[in-house]
Design a protein around this ligand. Sequence first.
Ligand code: ME8
Length: 653
Amino acid sequence: MSKENTFYITTPIYYPSDKLHIGHTYCTVATDSFARYKRLRGYDVMFLTGTDEHGQKIEEKAKEAGVTPQEFVDRIVEGEGGILDLWKLMNISNDRFIRTTDDYHVTSIQRIFRKMYDNGDIYKGKYSGMYCTPCESFWTESQLVDGKCPDCGREVKYAEEEAYFFRLSNYAQRIKDLLLTGEFLQPMSRVNEMIKNFIDPGLEDLCVSRTSFSWGIPVDFDPGHVVYVWVDALSNYITALGYLNDKYDDYEHYWPAVHIVGKEIVRFHSIIWPAMLMSLGEPVPAKVYGHGWLLIDGGKMSKSKGNVADPYLLAERYGVDALRFFLMRTFPFGSDGNFSNELLINCINADLANDLGNLVSRTTAMVNKYFGGKLPAEQEADEEKDSDLIAMASALAEKVGAEMDKFQPQNAIGEIFKVLNRANKYIDENAPWLLIKEEGKKPRLARVLYNLLESIRICAGLLTPFMPETSAEIAKRVGAPETAWDDLCSFGVLPADVAVTLGDALFPRIDLNKELAALEEISAAQKAAKAAAAGAKPVDPVLPNVKIDDFAKCDMRVCEILSCEKVQNSDKLLKFVLNDGSGTPRQILSGMQAFYAEPEKLVGKKVIAILNLPARKMAGQESNGMLLCAEGDPEHVWLTLVDDAIPAGSRIN
Ligand code: ME8
């Protein structure tokens, strides 16, 4: 195949520092959709993903886990429920998977480093600066935001070491020109960010080796140094094709690539990476597309923050295609979007169960009911009634193609749903249930159903990149041949006497409230399990049952705090004087000094006390009852405060 007909697309290679979450899944599903779309259009596609396995962060994680770094990454990449399993589950059609610990990659990196050194772009110097370990990045003071890492907001620490440097500064003008073409980096807003934040303030040379840790690829001519993890990682895009190694021989054929990456790593891909390629004398990437983030409650999902959505769980509950579809349908690709389970369920109900699923089942059911599953060849068109739907369906492939070529999957799907909605309206306009009752209208009815089957065929075919299995299933149900792009561009491909196949509902409706409650429960259980595994105090198990009569024996009342102060000679006790509704103030002592530094602030609040416990003497003072408290962990005990509106003396029962 000629070079013009090749298409090389990549995801970032992910850090195997923990399980991947819905954010990584989002990027990989998007890239998979672009790859599948290009294959559908007849391109010779190479789709690469993989893992970025070196660096201090992984080394530290492995140490915490008490295993070697290699064992650590092996488990996360290849282990059960690991990254390879996730991509299999999500039906990702990558042609290749690279791990930066693969031997051929290691060989290539050493050669790449040497090549840049030999041509004078790498030199030895001394590095000092602020280092962010999670991001594996050195920052200058001026780049820090409030003294913290500008990428992730975490603490940075001062580090100094002898190091090799890459002459990034020499490439500033060429990189700026490249960015300004408008084609290389998209969306355009990211170009402005790069120029304003990095190029215009002046590009500094980049430190490209480390001596402070060893989990990396050694510089072969100076083995105390390991290659900076971003030089190692970025090069994966060419080593995976066989650049400077014998493993593959595809570099000439496929390079350059389209890189799909999250916005936080656009800097590496649109400045450092093209400069490295320029230094190597190789073509720069065809494109870098910086997509937005999926946020939860407005914040970035982060493995270390723990606010992640689990793609395994969601795919298992709703199906892989529903999850893939939701991700591509809902979030404009270049911008951030707020992920929520509610959005996901609503999307499944509205788009998949209602608009798509119903259309397929209604149409095939009618072909079955009115014609025994096979349309008669004798059909009667009605130009006026049919032309709008036919025109929309016929023009759809071109519109979808234009959006996919711009990396706008949500718009592509939007176009498809315009046609699906038009088809649903067409059913109502033509009322097949009335046509069947009219004398001599069977040919017209057959044509109406044929037009619907054709519209469904085209829409389903164009949904293939997003929902490969569902699309194939729909194609089967409407009697369509294997999906080919040309067929999707024309109306009238199905034979007139097409036969349909019936099947179960493609996307059963989900009860939103019940499902949200179920997800809430699962998430609480997962959190508790995680906390328990991390050594935190597990939630106490429920105690054995008591008789209701036993409970009723405790006289618990709402009491108002009249005064509260520290007990002299005690570093634990607080003295509460309470209005228990009886008219006589009641004194209760409670060991809560450590949790309420300003006890006087409790005055006026309402609490619950058990009144009928025997009086006790503590620190020389009498205590008549006990206050109810909630114990979170040994460091946290709270008084159970109740609504101010409840009158003092009210009984709890
Ligand atoms: O940065 N929303 O790896 P990484 C959307 N190893 N996308 C998200 C996301 C979110 N909340 N969270 C992560 C690295 N991603 C380097 C890359 S490439 C030569 C080296 C996606 O495991 C997004 O595509 O931190 C982001 O750029 C990528 O995962 C970062 O993955």
